[in-house]
Design a protein around this ligand. Structure first.
Ligand SMILES: Cc1ncc(COP(=O)(O)O)c(C=O)c1O
Length: 372
């Protein structure tokens, strides 16, 4: 500010903690890549943002088409709340439905954190956690990882008197690591009840049956547990934006006060109801994903590349000169995700595709490694 109280620049109008935010950089889009490289949109293969290679269920497309004439009405969330409540076996009062699970993560921070609080997340954790924490002026504390995964012991020890929230993704993005549920349960038992544990299960649907999440059954015992999930991944609704949290009714009620009344649009709600009714489609996604993970792992083994054992719909592979390999893949029309911003400058993250897409990616990668 100068002496007249006028800001010297518009940036000064924002609090210092907002000015310090590093913007989230999403994976490159197909139209952007087509424009930059002069390629046809149809020739580009995007394996960068953990989207579903199977698209959405035909039931979703049909339901959307039937509702296109209704978009002039404000959305109603009754059917979706009922569908989620039925599907998950939880009370409607425990649900917070968001514009993607990103919205739910942000709502948790906006509802509970103040500049006097701290929140914990793991090194190599999802970058949205520091972002939502910083946006409300709270102190974000990154806890060193163990290998590439969340170190729950270190996280429990890092809880301070001012800590009000802990974010854990299981499986984690961008590393794909997984903490056994029994370890997570012990962690939740250890964390003081005044600390909200936000457990992000965005990739939960991809876990094999033996590892499926039991966390909704923990809610009665741990009122400080907030489980966040999304329909962006296995349900294939990333572009419509639909996520939700299951929390203690008091926690959910507070979060629902803070959210925008119409944060979920009508078509997203309609699509989500249809998606939740199509278990066979999600099963197919899981099977295609499991097969794709094997295909990519076999390809990386053949190319002599190290990769982190995957548990989601992506594999994070060490290619050493990641910027060069990334550019070479891009020039061949294949978009993957650099993860240097996560402190992993030698890795690239690749989303599982259909078999032919995985083959095209592996061939392009082989050419890139050979110096193309
Ligand atoms: C770990 C994790 N959590 C949450 C999200 C947010 O997903 P969405 O906002 O699409 O539901 C993502 C998206 O990639 C993710 O990787």
């Amino acid at each position: 500010m100068d002496v007249t109280g006028k800001p010297q620049s518009l940036r000064d109008l924002a609090p210092a903690y907002v000015r310090a935010i590093s913007p989230y950089v999403p994976g490159k889009s197909i139209p952007e890549t087509a424009r930059e490289l002069g390629l046809a949109v149809d020739d580009i293969l995007k394996m960068a943002s953990n989207e579903s290679p199977l698209g959405a269920s035909p039931k979703v497309i049909e339901a959307l088409q039937a509702e296109l004439g209704q978009v002039h009405y404000y959305p109603d969330r009754f059917d979706l709340t009922a569908a989620l409540s039925r599907k998950l076996g939880v009370a409607a009062e425990s649900l917070v439905i968001g514009n993607g699970s990103n919205d739910v993560l942000e709502l948790a921070a906006r509802t509970f954190l103040t500049p006097s609080d701290s929140a914990l997340y793991s090194q190599y954790g999802f970058l949205v956690y520091p972002l939502v924490v910083q946006a409300v002026g709270a102190r974000g504390i990154e806890v060193p990882a163990r290998g590439y995964g969340t170190d729950l012991e270190a996280m429990a020890q890092a809880v301070r008197p001012d800590t009000k929230m802990v974010f854990v993704a299981n499986p984690n993005n961008p590393t794909g690591t997984f903490n056994p549920w029994s370890d997570l349960r012990r962690f939740v038992e250890r964390v003081p009840g005044r600390v909200l544990v936000v457990l992000d299960e965005a990739y939960g649907e991809y876990l094999p049956d033996a590892l499926r999440s039991p966390t909704l059954s923990w809610s009665a015992q741990f009122p400080n547990l907030v489980v966040a999930r999304t329909l962006s991944k296995a349900y294939g609704l990333a572009g419509l934006r639909l996520g939700y949290a299951v929390a203690h009714p008091e926690v959910a009620e507070l979060m629902n006060r803070v959210r925008q009344p119409f944060n979920v649009n009508h078509l997203a709600a309609v699509a989500a109801c249809a998606a939740l009714s199509d278990d066979a489609f999600v099963e197919k996604c899981r099977a295609v994903n499991a097969q794709g993970l094997e295909q990519l792992a076999a390809g990386f083994d053949r190319l002599g590349l190290e990769y982190i054992a995957p548990h989601g719909n992506f594999v994070t592979v060490r290619v050493k000169d990641a910027p060069r390999i990334y550019r070479s893949l891009l020039a061949q029309g294949v978009i993957v995700r650099p993860v240097a911003s996560y402190g992993m400058p030698e890795h690239l993250r690749v989303t599982v595709g259909l078999p032919a897409q995985n083959t095209r990616f592996l061939q392009a990668l082989e050419r890139a490694l050979a110096g193309a």
